[in-house]
Design a protein around this ligand. Structure first.
Ligand code: GLC
Length: 733
C-alpha cells in the first residue's frame, strides 16, 4: 500500500473508518510485561494484553525495550489488528539509555546549550536503536526545594535557564526530522507546576498563584512547545485544587489554545485514576470523562479510558469529537515518526548490536560531564592537583563506586558501568595515589528504600583512612548522597551528608588541612560545615558513565571547570523554598541597624541568602567585569560589558544578565535572569560582551495570566553569578 499520502489523508482516512472502540484503543497505553514504573492497577492480571493488542485496543506501550521485543509486539498489532495502526513505544530516557550523560540538573550546570542538545541527540540515537520511538523527557519542572527528590531530573530554579535547556533537549531528541530512524519524540513534563510540591514531598499538593504559575512554572513548557515538542505529559499533582490531569485551563486553554500545541498529551502513570483518590472524580467513568474533557489524550496505566470511554460516548456524556481530536493528535505523531511508512523502522537488531553502548559515545558524555562540574570553592588554589611528585589520599564511599554516579533514573542502564573515580585518577602515574574508602555509605548493596540502610554505626575503616590522610600531601574526599537517594519518590527532609561522612571529614581535617571535597549528589545539600572548614569543594553531581574520567580531567587540570549552579545551595534546609528571584518584601532589611531589631524579614539563626547562590561557579582562573553600559534604542535594550581573564590560565565564563523592574502593577523579583553567554577568554585577555534584549522581554504575566510590559526604571546587573554587584539603571519607555 502506497504510504506516501499526505499526513492529513492518512490520519483523516483512518479516523473516518475507526470504530469507537478502536479510537479508545489509540488513547490507551499499557506498560511492558515486567517493568512497571508505578503502582499497577488492581485487576492487572485480569486483562489479556495480547488480546487487546490484537483487537486494536492499545495505542502505545511503555517500558518495552529491544529491537526484537518491540518488533514482536508491533507485528501483532500491524498484522493482526483490523486497521494495523502501529504502536508508539515510550520509555524514560532521562539522561541516556545505556551510555549515560550526567543527570539533567548537572547538565543544566553547564549552561552549554549545544552540549546539552548533543547529549539528548546521543540518547535519542541509542534509544531508537532499541526500538524506542518516544522518551518521557525532558522534565522541566522548576523547583525551589532541594527536599524534592526529582530536582535531579530538571534544570533547577530559574525559568529562563529552564526554558533554554528545555528547548535544547527537545531539539536534541527530535532532531530536524522526527521520521529519521535515530530521532525520537520528546515529551515536555510534568504539565504543570509539579516541582512546587508543598514541603518538597513528592506527589504533594501544589498551591501557587497565577503570577508564579505564568512567570515561573510555565515558561519552560512554552519554550518546549515553540521548539516543536511532539508530546506533553501532565502530572500527579493538584494545582490550586484541581488535578492537572483534569485541568482544562492548563491543557485546553493554555497549552492547546493560547500556545497552539498540536501534539498529544499523555497522562502520568495512573494519574487519571488517581483523580478518584484526590477526591476530584467519583469513579472511573467520572475520571475518564474529566480527563478527556480537560485535554488528556492518552492514558498511561490506570485503564479508565479503556474501561469507560466507549460507554460515555454511547450514553452521550462525552462527545465523540473529543476522541477524534485526541486520536488525530496521536496518529499525527505516529505519522511524523514514520511509523505508517515503516512500523519496523526502529526494530533493527543489527543496528542495536552496533549502536548500543558504542565506544564512540563515550567522548560525548565525558565532555558533557566535564562541563557539568561546578567549582564551589578553591582556597589556596588547592585545585588543580600538581601532576607529579604528590602523594594523594583518596577517601570516601564513592572512590570506587561504579553505580551511584549513574543516578537512579536510568532504567535501561546496567549497574557497575560507570567509570569510577579510582579508574579516572590511576592513569596519572606521576602522582602517588592511596585509596581508602573509610566507610561504606550503605549497610548493603543497592536497596530500594535507602534511608533505612544508611550506615550509621560501622566506623571500622576510619583508622585506615585517617592514616592515609596523615601520610598524604593532599586528600580528595569522594562523598555525598547515594545515587538512589534522589529521583522520583525520594524526598528527604535531612539534606546533610548522609551517615557517618561528616564525622569522617572532621577526623580527616584533624590530620591534614589540604582537603578537597568531591561532592557527589543529585540535589543541593546542606554543606555549611564543609564550606567553612574544607578549603576546596568540587560539585561532581552524578555524572553518568564517564564520571571518573571527567572528574579526573578537572582535578588534574586537563579541563578548567566552568559550571554554574542551576539551583542554589542552602545554609539550612529550613530555608526551603529558597530561590534568588524572590520578591523584596516590605521589610527586606534591618532598617534600624540595631542588633536586636527583629521587625524585618529574616531568620534569627541563619542568613536569608543561599550559601552558594544560583549562577555561582568558580574557575581555575579569575574574571573581572567592568564598563557596563546600557541604552535603549527603539524596542531593543543594548547591554555591553567588558570581561577580563585576570588569571594565568585560559578559561570559560558564563556571563549572566539579570534585570529588576523597580515598580510594576504586580511586584517583581529583585533580580531575574534574562540572558547569558558562555565565552572562552584566554589568560590575560578581555572580551566585550553584548546583549540585545527586546524591550518586551522586560515584561511579565499579571494575575490574570496576561503578558504586559510596563515602562519605568529598570536595573541591569551583569556578572558570573546571581549575586553580582555590577549594576546600572535605565528608564525604559
Ligand atoms: C513516572 C513518572 C513519569 C514517568 C512515568 C513513566 O511515575 O512520574 O515522569 O515518565 O511514570 O515511567
Amino acid at each position: 500500500m502506497d504510504r506516501s499520502y499526505q499526513r492529513i489523508d492518512v490520519v483523516e482516512d483512518l479516523i473516518s473508518t475507526m470504530t469507537l472502540e478502536e479510537k479508545v484503543g489509540q488513547m490507551n497505553q499499557y506498560t511492558g510485561f515486567w517493568d512497571p514504573t508505578g503502582p499497577l492497577p488492581e485487576g492487572d492480571e485480569a486483562i489479556d494484553k495480547y488480546e487487546h493488542l490484537r483487537s486494536g485496543l492499545v495505542g502505545s506501550m511503555l517500558n518495552v525495550i529491544g529491537a526484537e521485543e518491540t518488533r514482536s509486539l508491533q507485528k501483532i498489532v500491524v498484522e493482526e489488528s483490523r486497521l494495523g495502526i502501529p504502536l508508539i513505544f515510550g520509555y524514560d530516557v532521562i539522561h541516556g539509555l545505556k551510555t549515560l550523560s550526567p543527570i539533567p540538573l548537572a547538565e543544566a550546570a553547564s549552561w552549554d546549550m549545544e552540549a546539552i542538545r548533543k547529549s539528548a541527540a546521543l540518547a535519542a540515537r541509542e534509544a531508537s536503536a532499541v526500538g524506542i520511538h518516544w522518551t518521557f523527557a525532558p522534565m522541566m519542572d522548576i523547583s525551589r526545594d532541594a527536599r524534592w527528590g526529582r530536582v535531579m531530573e530538571g534544570a533547577g530554579e530559574d525559568p529562563y535557564l529552564g526554558s533554554r535547556v528545555a528547548a535544547a533537549r527537545v531539539r536534541g531528541f527530535q532532531g530536524e526530522d522526527l521520521s529519521a530512524p535515530n530521532t525520537i519524540a520528546a515529551c515536555a513534563k510534568h504539565f504543570a507546576a509539579y516541582g512546587f510540591a508543598e514541603a518538597g514531598r513528592d506527589y504533594n499538593t501544589v498551591d501557587i498563584g497565577t503570577v508564579t504559575l505564568h512567570n515561573i512554572a510555565l515558561p519552560p513548557f512554552k519554550a518546549a512547545v515553540d521548539a516543536g515538542v511532539a508530546t506533553v505529559m501532565n502530572g500527579f499533582n493538584v494545582l490550586n485544587g484541581v488535578p492537572v490531569t483534569g485541568d482544562a485551563y492548563l491543557q485546553r486553554d493554555i497549552l492547546k489554545g493560547r500556545w497552539g500545541f498540536d501534539g498529544f498529551v499523555v497522562s502520568d502513570w495512573a494519574s487519571v485514576g488517581e483523580m478518584i483518590t484526590h477526591g476530584f472524580a467519583a469513579d472511573g467513568a467520572d475520571a475518564a470523562q474529566k480527563a478527556v474533557s480537560a485535554g488528556c489524550d492518552m492514558e498511561m496505566e490506570s485503564r479508565m479510558f479503556i474501561r469507560n470511554l466507549r460507554q460515555l460516548v454511547e450514553n452521550g456524556i462525552v462527545d465523540e469529537a473529543l476522541l477524534d481530536d485526541a486520536v488525530r493528535r496521536i496518529l499525527t505523531v505516529k505519522y511524523n515518526l514514520g511509523l505508517f511508512d515503516d512500523p519496523y523502522r526502529y526494530c533493527d537488531e543489527q543496528r542495536e548490536a552496533n549502536e548500543v553502548f558504542a565506544p564512540a559515545y563515550r567522548e560525548v558524555v565525558r565532555d558533557m560531564a566535564r562541563k557539568s562540574i561546578v567549582l564551589l570553592k578553591n582556597e589556596r588554589n588547592l585545585l588543580p592537583l600538581k601532576q607529579e611528585g604528590q602523594r594523594v589520599a583518596v577517601i570516601g564511599p564513592f572512590i570506587d563506586d561504579d553505580s551511584s554516579p549513574l543516578g537512579s533514573w536510568r532504567k535501561a542502564a546496567d549497574d557497575h558501568t560507570a567509570v569510577t573515580l579510582k579508574e579516572g585518577l590511576m592513569p596519572y602515574g606521576n602522582v602517588e595515589w592511596i585509596f581508602e574508602k573509610g566507610l561504606d555509605l550503605l549497610m548493603e548493596e543497592r536497596v530500594w528504600t535507602l534511608e533505612t540502610k544508611i550506615n550509621t554505626t560501622d566506623r571500622s575503616s576510619f583508622p585506615a583512612a585517617i592514616d592515609a590522610a596523615k601520610s598524604a600531601d593532599v586528600v580528595l574526599l569522594a562523598m555525598g548522597e547515594h545515587g538512589f537517594q534522589s529521583a522520583e519518590g525520594r524526598s528527604r527532609v535531612n539534606i546533610e551528608l548522609p551517615g557517618l561522612q561528616q564525622e569522617l571529614i572532621e577526623e580527616i581535617l584533624k590530620v591534614n588541612q589540604n582537603v578537597i571535597l568531591l561532592l557527589h549528589t543529585g540535589r543541593p545539600l546542606d554543606i555549611v560545615w564543609a564550606s567553612e572548614n574544607v578549603p576546596a569543594i568540587l560539585l561532581v553531581w552524578q555524572l553518568g558513565t564517564e564520571s571518573g574520567n571527567a572528574i579526573a580531567d578537572v582535578v588534574m587540570g586537563k579541563y578548567n571547570p566552568a559550571g554554574k549552579l542551576p539551583m542554589g545551595f542552602p545554609r539550612h534546609v529550613g530555608q526551603m523554598p529558597l530561590y534568588y528571584n524572590h520578591y523584596n518584601t516590605g521589610r527586606p532589611v534591618n532598617t534600624q541597624n540595631i542588633e536586636d531589631f527583629v521587625f524585618w524579614s529574616h531568620y534569627g539563626d541563619v542568613e536569608n541568602d543561599a550559601l552558594f547562590p544560583f549562577g555561582h561557579g568558580l574557575s581555575y582562573t579569575t574574571f573581572e567585569y567592568a564598563n557596563l553600559n546600557v541604552n535603549a534604542s527603539g524596542d531593543v535594550i543594548e547591554i555591553e560589558v567588558e570581561v577580563q581573564n585576570t588569571g594565568n590560565v585560559d578559561g570559560e565564563e558564563v556571563i549572566q544578565l539579570y534585570i529588576r523592574d523597580e515598580v510594576a502593577s504586580v511586584v517583581r523579583p529583585v533580580r531575574e535572569l534574562k540572558a547569558f553567554d558562555k565565552v572562552s577568554i584566554p589568560a590575560g585577555e578581555s572580551e566585550v560582551i553584548q546583549f540585545s534584549l527586546p524591550k518586551a522581554s522586560l515584561g511579565f504575566y499579571d494575575g490574570r495570566g496576561e503578558y504586559r510590559f510596563e515602562p519605568g526604571f529598570f536595573q541591569f546587573m551583569v556578572g558570573g553569578s546571581s549575586d553580582t554587584a555590577l549594576n546600572t539603571r535605565l528608564e525604559v519607555r
